[in-house]
Design a protein around this ligand. Structure first.
Ligand SMILES: C[S@@+](CC[C@H](N)C(=O)[O-])C[C@H]1O[C@@H](n2cnc3c(N)ncnc32)[C@H](O)[C@@H]1O
Length: 286
């Protein structure tokens, strides 16, 4: 199990992404904290320079991954294969808030994060008048806990076993070493197999697609910021797909956001080539 101090060190990145979602009007302005706005302002000159020379931007990368995950999740909800969602490491992402507003009691959405971040999210949701209900709530979780109410299994046990269920991780996997990720994927597949349909959506960075010098400098900067290594576990997308099927998923595809550029505007940024979106599913229960 990864060091919990490292998990806590990852949390400030959620303040940064919280500011990004609000800046691009995907979120309520209240989700952009003062710390998040300051972090965003600190990185803005470098992003402006990169954009000016046709390079990738962090906003572009985050928006591309976010929109592809959204596209997949909306499609599963509309197809009726998913109506329960557990978002692990939800941070200050607006997704739970947006989906709860859009789909109401047709879905059940659990936003889960480490206790301190979960408390912050609860307070922010209360501030924007979004009361917790049985269909939209915030839960404490440690993604790497094996048992107990704050484990994935503990949260899944509170859901309806007869409804298709999705698990989302966004901005989590590359902060942890391969053995921890493989263990998490195995637990996710086992958990999702208990539901009639199981879908896993996540972003993932692949080493072979992040080799250029600017990206490596950024990875080093981010590693320093989170006081731990950023892990690029797989050399190629096929290796990650095979790890997911070995973990127990029936199918696994790594979508390139760059391939979605015809329909998703955010995926036109050069950064859309630097990230993948995992779409993995468990076999339909018979
Ligand atoms: C980069 S942020 C991503 C937040 C959000 N998903 C987004 O895209 O805006 C990483 C998040 O992972 C959470 N996190 C770190 N370690 C965790 C763990 N062991 N279990 C659950 N969440 C964790 C942090 O608290 C933080 O909210």
């Amino acid at each position: 199990m990864p060091d919990t101090r490292h998990s806590a060190a990852v949390s400030p990145t959620a303040l940064y992404t919280g500011a990004v979602w609000a800046k691009h009007r995907l979120s309520h302005p209240a989700f952009a904290t003062i710390e998040g706005r300051l972090l965003y302002a600190a990185g803005a000159p470098a992003m402006m320079l990169s954009r000016r020379f046709g390079g990738p931007t962090l906003d572009g990368l985050l928006l591309a991954r976010h929109e592809v995950i959204d596209e997949q999740l909306h499609a599963a909800i509309k197809a009726g294969t998913v109506s329960q969602i557990i978002e692990i490491a939800a941070g200050l992402s607006p997704r739970g808030w947006r989906y709860a507003r859009r789909y109401g009691d047709r879905i059940r959405y659990v936003e889960a994060d480490l206790p301190a971040m979960a408390a912050r999210k609860r307070a922010l949701l209360a501030r924007v008048g979004c009361a917790e209900t049985a269909n939209h709530r915030v839960a404490d979780i440690d993604a790497f806990a094996l048992t107990g109410p704050a484990s994935l299994d503990g949260i899944a046990a509170s859901l309806d076993p007869e409804r298709g269920t999705a698990i989302i991780t966004e901005g989590l996997i590359n902060y942890f070493p391969l053995d921890a990720v493989n263990g998490l994927w195995r637990r996710m597949a086992t958990t999702l197999q208990r539901f009639p349909n199981g879908l896993y959506l996540s972003d993932l960075h692949i080493a072979g697609e992040n080799r250029n010098l600017a990206v490596q400098a950024f990875v080093r900067l981010l590693s320093g910021f989170v006081r731990g290594r950023v892990h690029l576990h797989f050399g190629a997308a096929a290796e990650a797909e095979s790890a997911l099927t070995s973990a127990g998923f029936a199918t696994a595809t790594l979508i390139s956001p760059a391939d979605c550029a015809d329909r998703l505007r955010a995926c036109r940024d050069p950064a859309a080539r630097l990230v993948r979106v995992i779409r993995a599913s468990t076999a339909a229960r018979v």
